[in-house]
Design a protein around this ligand. Sequence first.
Ligand code: PNS
Length: 167
Amino acid sequence: MTTPSGRVAIYPGSFDPLTSGHVDIIERGARIFDSIIVAILANVEKTPLFSEQERVEIIKDVFQHQPNVKVETFNGLLVDYAQQKQAHVLVRGLRAVSDFEYEFQMALMNRHLAPGLETVFMMPAEQYTYISSRLIKEVFTLGGEISGLVPPLVEQKLQAKQKAKKR
Ligand code: PNS
């Protein structure tokens, strides 16, 4: 089914921060769908490292030359947001078997809530299969090398946060 603006997909997540794995999935999605909305979950209880606004700005900057990649935040149920956007597809990345159970549960719950909304799983390039936002934050905080695992802008922002904290 297409909408007036074409086939719209939503790629939801926390993106705290955006990783090279996320970038890979967004690029793949942007080649398949007319547009892909990167939808950042707002107001989660856990305190994020990057604010909603910072995450929006980072993703907008990284995809500034790709007009069919849009960035938004959403609250509440993902299926309600998808309906509001007239999107019929959710994109999620699958890195390893360990992702499967959580993703399977979410996909089936979302299908229960909105039968017309399809979840499409995409695999990132192999070199990104071990990357997660949580590990990036941990490795960076402990002084490990993360270049190539996140876009350069994310690395700069992490360094800036670290400097500000030391002051
Ligand atoms: O990057 P994440 O943290 O794995 O993304 C999880 C996300 C944002 C996709 C999920 O928590 C979500 O959809 N939250 C919105 C609330 C909702 O719809 N919950 C029911 C999901 S079955």
